[in-house]
Design a protein around this ligand. Structure first.
Ligand SMILES: Cc1ncc(COP(=O)(O)O)c(C=O)c1O
Length: 400
């Protein structure tokens, strides 16, 4: 290269712009928006290829310092060795399931060892497993959650996939039993814990191998970002990471920074959401316009004892069933003024949805019955508003 001063086009691309030397640290990691990294020499590339030294970053789809900082924070919150973040909850689910089905040995899918999956899981995951994975010839077997916990398993699975608490019934699975039974047949146990994020529930401490979260829900908490996360051991996550690199579902660094900010208020938000949800559940249970209230904190909930054992608080979701079936649920839905009629959950704003129209749309009657969903159900995601304002809203909208 000549020593003459580069011209403007070259300077514009290359000159300056490096981080200045700093004796102080920013409180939070900056957003590293770059997709690629300047290495010192070929040796660095060879080092990278030989085994990814932790301080060597190479390409944005593979690793990013902002995303990694978030993963460490999430791992601390979930008491996990490691974490991986994704662009959505479904990216976390699909990438993890591909890695599990592919097996540890690299020998490929063992058709005799399917994914054993609870039939009561998030509708998107259910459809992915039932339709897309099977269309690829990948082995998936569904069983009702009670049978996964207590009943006979007709297959020898490579992994067991459950959700707890379950949407929208808020039933809980005994995760200790799920993990123990999976391990007895040398399968891995995976739970989608989106409905009870840390510090409400710690599935890894109950023996579960991998916990998945839709970060779009409570972790993000403000209805303004999509994200997903998987937490577990370093060894298992190294397998999932191989798939994330190639499927390409890594979280965007801007969203990672926003999610890290949201996590700062997660325990405080949850505390308030759980308190308000419990109070609304108690009032709804006493109300003669309501047929049933599903909330794990109520003694009437079938899994109340398990909730007391495994949950630190009972969550921010409340499902009500109205005696007038779908027409009554629809009147509640259309009648609320403060609850937003909106999909999703876990946000600072209170939201209402009708499971038969949203999370369980397209299920036939048998599938609805298996999922414990009735047409008269309305699901409330309780936000941070004042409890009296929320109660007033429900009170004026409840039909009957
Ligand atoms: C329990 C559960 N898991 C996973 C997902 C998927 O998350 P995302 O919408 O972030 O892809 C959802 C979304 O509603 C969910 O409710």
């Amino acid at each position: 290269m000549s020593h003459k001063k580069p011209n403007a086009a070259t300077l514009a691309v290359h000159a300056g712009g490096a981080l200045p030397p700093m004796r102080s640290q920013p409180l939070d990691p900056p957003i590293y928006r770059n997709t690629t990294y300047r290495v010192e020499s070929r040796q660095a590339v060879l080092d990278y290829n030989a085994g990814h030294p932790a301080d060597l970053f190479f390409y944005g789809r593979y690793e990013n310092p902002t995303v990694r900082a978030l993963e460490q924070k999430l791992a601390l919150l979930e008491n996990a060795e490691a974490g991986l973040c994704f662009g959505s909850g479904m990216a976390a689910v699909s990438t993890t399931v591909f890695a599990l089905l592919a097996g540890a040995s690299g020998a490929g899918v063992d058709l005799a060892r399917p994914l054993l999956c609870s039939s009561a899981i998030y509708g998107g995951a259910y459809r992915l497993f039932r339709d897309q994975l099977r269309a690829l010839g990948l082995p998936v077997v569904f069983l009702p959650p009670e049978q996964i916990v207590e009943g006979a398993w007709p297959v020898h699975p490579c992994a067991v996939y459950v959700e707890s608490p379950i949407n929208p019934t808020l039933r809980l699975l005994d995760l200790r039993k799920v993990a123990a039974r999976a391990h007895e047949v040398s399968a891995l146990a995976v739970v989608d814990g989106t409905f009870a994020p840390p510090p409400l529930q710690h599935p890894l401490a109950l023996g579960i191998d991998l916990v998945i979260h839709s970060g779009t829900k409570y972790l993000g908490g403000h209805s303004d970002l999509l994200a997903g996360a998987v937490l577990g051991s370093r060894e298992l996550l190294a397998r999932v990471e191989q798939w994330r690199k190639l499927l390409g579902g890594v979280l965007d660094p801007g969203a990672a920074s926003e999610l890290a900010r949201s996590l700062k208020t997660l325990p405080v938000r949850l505390e308030r959401q759980c308190q308000t949800a419990f109070e609304l559940a108690r009032r709804l249970e006493r109300d003669r316009r309501v047929k049933a209230v599903l909330y794990p904190g109520l003694e009437s909930h079938p899994d109340h004892a398990l909730a007391r054992r495994d949950l630190r608080a009972f969550g921010g979701m409340v499902t009500v069933e109205l005696p007038g079936g779908l027409p009554a649920a629809a009147r509640l839905y259309d009648g609320v003024r403060l609850f937003a009629r909106a999909a999703s959950l876990g946000s600072v704003e209170s939201l209402i949805s009708l499971p038969v129209d949203s999370s369980h749309v397209g299920y036939d009657d048998a599938e609805l019955a298996r999922a414990g969903v009735s047409p008269g159900m309305a699901r409330l995601s309780v936000g941070l508003e004042d409890v009296e304002d929320l109660w007033e809203d429900l009170d004026q909208a409840l039909p009957g």
